[in-house]
Ligand binder design. Structure first.
Ligand SMILES: Nc1ncnc2c1ncn2[C@@H]1O[C@H](COP(=O)(O)OP(=O)(O)OP(=O)(O)O)[C@@H](O)[C@H]1O
Length: 602
C-alpha cells in the first residue's frame, strides 16, 4: 500500500466515523459494536498477521446499520365521499332527509294533534279542497316555517331573524303548497298592505299556475295577490302594483301583499316603477331555483339581494337606479334588529338586519357551493326529500352531492331503441299502445311544428281506415302567450289528447291527468329528463315515461341514466315488426306531404 493509499484509507475511515457519529446516538452503545458482538466467534475470519476482520472496512459489520425508513407506498386514495364533501357547504352536510312516503293527517277540530301549525280556518279550507293530509315535504316545512301559536301574530321576528331554507324534493311532491301555506298563514296577520312575499318563477305559465294556488288558499283572508310577467303592458302592471306613482313616498306604496313574477319583469319594476319597494319583504321564494340561478339576466339576483340589504344605496349593484328605490320608512323591517339585551343599542350602534326569509325550491336543487354562496343565505337549513334505500350511510350524502335526483317511485320508464324510424315508433305508441293524455317533448319549436304536421298527415291517412282521430296540438315559444294559455286550458279540459311541446313546459306545470310523457328527442342532461318525466306520476299517481332513443344516442343516454342510478328502472320495449309494417304505408304518405309543404314554403 502506498503512502497515498494509506492517507486515503485514513480519510475514508474518518468519513465512516463521521457517518457513525451522525447516525448513532453517542449516549447509547455503538450499533457497530452491538452488531459485532452478535457475530458468532467461528464466523470471524483471521488475517495472516493474526488480527481478525471484524473491524475491517471490508467487513459488512464494520459499518453502522442505517435507520430503516418505511418502504415507499402509495397512500390510500380518499374515498369518493371524502372528495365529494371537500369544499361542500356545511348546511348541505347537515341536511335533514325526509322519507317521501311520510304523510301527516290534517286534523279538522281543535282537539286533534295540530303538529301542522295550521290555523283552524286553513285546515277547514284544505279539507274543503279535498286535501286531508300533508305530503312529506309539507310535514317538514310547515312546522319549520309557521311559528307555534304563541308567536303566531308576529309578522317579523326581529329578535330571531328567520333561517333561510333550501328544499330539494321530487317533481309533483307538493312543493308549491309547502311554501304557499306558510305564506298565507303568516301574512294573514298583517294590518297594512305592503309587499311582504315575492315569489320568483322562470316562466309566465308557472306564474299563472302558482297564482291560482295562492288565490284558492288565500280566499277570505284579505290578502292581495299580484303578478308581473310582461304579459300586460308595463303601465298596466305598474297600476296594479303601486297606489301612487306621482310622489316619492317614504316606504313606498304597495297595492299587493304577494307578488308572483318572472325575474326580468321584477327588475323592470324595481328600476322603473316609483314607490315599488322590497323593503317590507318577509318571504323571498325562488322556485325552480337551479334554473333561475343559471339565468344571469340583468344580474337579477344581485339586484334583488341589494334591494333587501339595509343601507343598500351604499352597496348598490351597478345599473340599479338608486334614486328610484324608496327610502325605508320607520316601520320598515330594516329598522328591526336583533336587540342585544341587556345592552340597549343606540341608533348609531344598532345592527340592521333584514327580516326577509329566503326559500329555495327545486326537484333538482343545485349543490354547487359557488351558486349557493351567491344567495347570501342566513344559517340555511336544507330539507331533502329522498328515499332512504336510495341513500344509505355515507352514500346518503354522496348521492346528494353527486346530484342523484329522485324520480317519483310510481313512474315506469320504458326505453324504445330505434334509429331512423322514430316517427313510426311514435305512431306505434299512440295507436297501438294507447299513449294519449300525453306530453311529447321535442328538442325545439321547429321540431315541434314539424312533428305536429307529420302527425296530422298520418292521421288523415289513418282516419280513412279507422274513422277515429285524436286532437294533437303544438305548444312552444312560436305561439303567443294568449294562444298558449288557451291551448293549456283545452289540454287541461281534455279537449286536446296530445300536446307536442318544446321544453317550455318541462318544469313545474301541474296537469293531473297527464298519464304519459314521451321524450321524442331525448334530453341531453339528467336535470331536463327529471323535470320532463315529472309532468306525470304527480302527487302519488302513476304514469309512464317513454324515450325514443336513436341508435347512435343509445350509449350516451344509457350512461346518463346509469350515472344517475336510474338505468335499472328503465325497461326496453321490443317492438313487433308486424305492428310497424302496418303503419309504414301511412308514414310514407305523410312524409311525402310534409316534404311538399316544406319545399313550397322555402
Ligand atoms: N297534501 C296534498 N294532498 C293532496 N294533493 C296535494 C297535496 N299537496 C300538493 N298536492 C297536489 O300535488 C300536485 C303537485 O304539486 P306541486 O305542483 O306543488 O308539485 P311540485 O313539487 O312543485 O312539482 P314540480 O317540481 O314538478 O314543480 C298538485 O296538483 C297539488 O295540488
Amino acid at each position: 500500500m502506498s503512502e497515498d493509499d494509506t492517507q486515503s484509507e485514513e480519510v475514508n475511515t474518518k468519513n465512516v466515523q463521521q457517518v457513525q457519529d451522525v447516525t448513532s446516538d453517542s449516549r447509547k452503545p455503538s450499533k457497530r459494536r452491538k452488531v459485532a458482538s452478535t457475530v458468532p466467534e467461528e464466523n470471524v475470519t483471521t488475517n495472516n498477521d493474526g488480527s481478525d476482520n471484524a473491524d475491517s472496512p471490508l467487513d459488512p459489520n464494520h459499518y453502522p446499520t442505517l435507520p430503516i425508513f418505511p418502504p415507499p407506498a402509495i397512500p390510500n386514495a380518499p374515498s369518493k365521499s371524502t372528495l365529494a364533501l371537500q369544499g361542500l357547504d356545511k348546511a348541505l352536510i347537515d341536511a335533514e332527509f325526509i322519507d317521501p312516503d311520510v304523510t301527516r293527517p290534517i286534523p279538522l277540530d281543535e282537539t286533534g294533534d295540530n303538529s301542522t301549525h295550521l290555523s283552524e280556518k286553513m285546515r277547514r279550507r284544505l279539507h274543503g279542497l279535498g286535501i286531508t293530509e300533508l305530503f312529506a315535504v309539507q310535514t317538514a316545512l310547515l312546522p319549520f316555517l309557521i311559528p307555534s301559536s304563541d308567536v303566531q301574530h308576529q309578522l317579523y321576528l326581529s329578535t330571531r331573524p328567520p333561517r333561510d331554507v333550501c328544499i330539494s324534493a321530487p317533481t309533483g311532491s307538493g312543493k308549491t303548497l309547502a311554501y304557499a301555506l306558510p305564506i298565507v298563514e303568516i301574512l294573514s296577520s298583517r294590518i297594512l298592505t305592503q309587499l311582504r312575499a315575492l315569489i320568483i318563477l322562470p316562466t309566465r305559465d308557472l306564474v299563472a299556475q302558482v297564482r291560482e294556488t295562492f288565490e284558492v288558499l288565500g280566499k277570505g283572508r284579505g290578502l292581495k295577490i299580484g303578478t308581473a310577467t310582461g304579459q300586460h303592458s308595463f303601465a298596466h302592471e305598474q297600476s296594479q302594483l303601486v297606489n301612487d306613482q306621482t310622489s316619492s313616498l317614504l316606504g313606498g306604496s304597495s297595492k299587493v301583499d304577494i307578488l308572483i313574477c318572472t325575474p326580468g319583469r321584477l327588475i323592470d319594476h324595481m328600476n322603473g316603477t316609483p314607490n315599488f319597494t322590497l323593503q317590507h319583504l318577509r318571504f323571498l321564494v325562488i322556485d325552480e331555483a337551479d334554473r333561475l340561478l343559471a339565468q344571469s339576466f340583468q344580474d337579477w339576483l344581485a339586484q334583488v339581494l341589494t334591494a333587501l340589504r339595509p343601507h343598500r344605496t351604499q352597496n348598490c349593484v351597478p345599473g340599479t337606479r338608486v334614486d328610484s328605490i324608496p327610502h325605508p320608512d320607520t316601520v320598515s323591517p330594516y329598522l328591526l334588529h336583533r336587540l342585544p339585551f341587556p345592552h340597549y343599542s343606540t341608533f348609531l350602534t344598532e345592527v340592521h338586519e333584514s327580516s326577509c326569509q329566503k326559500l329555495l325550491f327545486s326537484a333538482t336543487l343545485t349543490r354547487d357551493p359557488g351558486k349557493i354562496a351567491s344567495l347570501e343565505l342566513r344559517e340555511p337549513k336544507y330539507f331533502i326529500v329522498q328515499k332512504s334505500s336510495e341513500s344509505d350511510g355515507q352514500d346518503h350524502i354522496l348521492s346528494v352531492v353527486m346530484e342523484k335526483f329522485s324520480i317519483p317511485s310510481t313512474l315506469k320508464h320504458m326505453l324504445v331503441c330505434e334509429s331512423s324510424q322514430k316517427p313510426l315508433m311514435f305512431f306505434h305508441l299512440v295507436f297501438h299502445l294507447n299513449v294519449t293524455d300525453a306530453l311529447v317533448f321535442t328538442k325545439s319549436s321547429e321540431s315541434t311544428a314539424r312533428l305536429v304536421r307529420l302527425f296530422d298527415f298520418f292521421q288523415k291517412w289513418r282516419a280513412v281506415e279507422s274513422g277515429k282521430s285524436l286532437v294533437v296540438q303544438a305548444y312552444s315559444s312560436d305561439l303567443s302567450v294568449g294562444e298558449r294559455k288557451v291551448i293549456l286550458e283545452r289540454f287541461k279540459a281534455q279537449e286536446i289528447n296530445i300536446l307536442i311541446c318544446s321544453d317550455l313546459i318541462s318544469r313545474g306545470i301541474d296537469i293531473s291527468h297527464v298519464s304519459h310523457v314521451v321524450s321524442y328527442d331525448v334530453p341531453v342532461d339528467m336535470r331536463k329528463y327529471v323535470h320532463r318525466v315529472g309532468r306525470t306520476a304527480r302527487a302519488g299517481r302513476s304514469g309512464d315515461a317513454w324515450a325514443l332513443v336513436e341508435e347512435q344516442e343509445a350509449r350516451y343516454f344509457k350512461n346518463m341514466l346509469r350515472d344517475a342510478d336510474h338505468l335499472n328502472k328503465v325497461g326496453r320495449l321490443r317492438v313487433n315488426e308486424g305492428d310497424i309494417e302496418k303503419l309504414a304505408p301511412g308514414y310514407e304518405v305523410a312524409i311525402k306531404q310534409l316534404r311538399d309543404v316544406y319545399t313550397h314554403s322555402s
